[in-house]
Design a protein around this ligand. Structure first.
Ligand SMILES: Cc1cc2nc3c(=O)[nH]c(=O)nc-3n(C[C@H](O)[C@H](O)[C@H](O)COP(=O)(O)OP(=O)(O)OC[C@H]3O[C@@H](n4cnc5c(N)ncnc54)[C@H](O)[C@@H]3O)c2cc1C
Ligand code: FES
Length: 285
């Protein structure tokens, strides 16, 4: 038996965690609040991660996959995830009742460089499931409001029913220490009280000091090009424009090679990349 100081925890060994709450955010995306069962690790794990990092979540004999942490380390105690039902693991996760167990490894990935964002204006643009990692950063920034300049949050969805965290954003819109603008492509309900149209239309509300702004976009890849064009029009430098990129992953920690693009491991060097990275690393996007 090795002396305790030489023992390293096995990073492949997951922590058992309990689903304490779950509810539907949209017709195919479900919100999960999960608590690590080992009381000694709860606080450490849920307060020592960066917005933009992800956990590998598994169910034995079913599978394992990466999911962005949507909660913020500034509110420790629980991990929160929003999960879209797409395949084997996520279908099984949707079948689990509250109080069931899942297994978690992580946190993994580089996360957003929060320390480089301090003192800057923040501009967030979310679409679809991209709201999951962005919510973590937004709540973190709001919980540490004094550290940042102006904050703008722009969020687009296909319809009101497809907008993740709709009610939460309705409440956040009432705050007067940041600007939250919501839009939908179309409104079959006929009662949507806010704007309609693509998310780039919301840029007309944005007033930031471009050179001193950190901009983040998360959403379907198709929207990145148009959103980045708007960031550049505002004069935001390439290395202050951040985006999350997804690749198939297995180990989550730079060992298996599954997620390699060029000379980068998406699981370790990402999933957050700058526009500078995207322009200089072939095949990243
Ligand atoms: C860093 C990171 C963060 C993620 N965060 C979230 C999150 O917060 N919420 C969420 O719902 N999902 C997230 N995902 C995606 C999630 O990991 C996959 O959807 C996962 O494969 C689902 O497992 P499954 O067994 O249910 O589906 P599978 O059976 O693995 O796959 C179902 C379908 O999705 C396709 N697919 C799976 N993964 C990818 C991928 N990375 N790129 C393109 N196509 C893919 C498969 O080809 C297949 O058609 C994230 C992925 C990464 C890499
Ligand atoms: S997932 Fe194994 S190296 Fe990235």
């Amino acid at each position: 038996m090795l002396e305790e100081k030489y023992q390293v925890e096995n990073p492949y060994m997951p922590e058992r965690a309990r689903i304490v709450r779950k509810y539907d955010l949209t017709k195919d995306v479900r919100f999960f609040q999960v608590r690590i069962c080992d009381q000694d690790k709860v606080f450490h794990l849920t307060s020592n991660y960066k917005p933009g990092q992800f956990m590998m979540m598994s169910i034995p004999n079913v599978g394992e996959a990466p999911f962005s942490i949507t909660s913020t380390p500034s509110r420790p105690g629980l991990f929160e995830f929003c999960i879209r039902k797409v395949g084997k693991l996520t279908t099984k996760l949707f079948e689990l009742k509250e109080n069931s167990f899942v297994w978690l490894r992580g946190p993994f990935g580089n996360g957003f460089p929060v320390e480089k964002m301090i003192g800057k204006d923040l501009l967030f643009v979310a679409g679809g499931l991209g709201a999951a990692p962005l919510r973590s950063l937004l709540l973190y920034a709001l919980d540490n409001r004094d550290l940042f300049g102006k904050i703008f949050y722009l969020h687009g969805a296909k319809t009101p029913e497809d907008m993740l965290f709709r009610e939460e954003f309705f409440r956040l819109k009432e705050r007067d220490d940041f600007e939250c603008h919501l839009t939908v492509d179309s409104d079959p309900t006929g009662v949507w009280p806010f704007e309609k149209g693509v998310v780039t239309k919301l840029f007309r509300h944005v007033e930031v000091d471009g050179k001193n702004t950190a901009a983040v976009v998360c959403g379907p890849p198709v929207m990145y090009k148009y959103v980045v064009e708007e960031f550049l029009k505002l004069g935001i430098p390439d290395d202050q424009i951040f985006m999350t990129l997804e690749r198939r992953m297995k180990c989550g920690m730079g060992k298996c090679g599954q997620c390699v693009v060029g000379h980068k491991y998406t699981c370790v060097d990402g999933p957050v990349f700058t526009l500078w990275d995207v322009k200089n690393i072939k095949g990243l996007i």
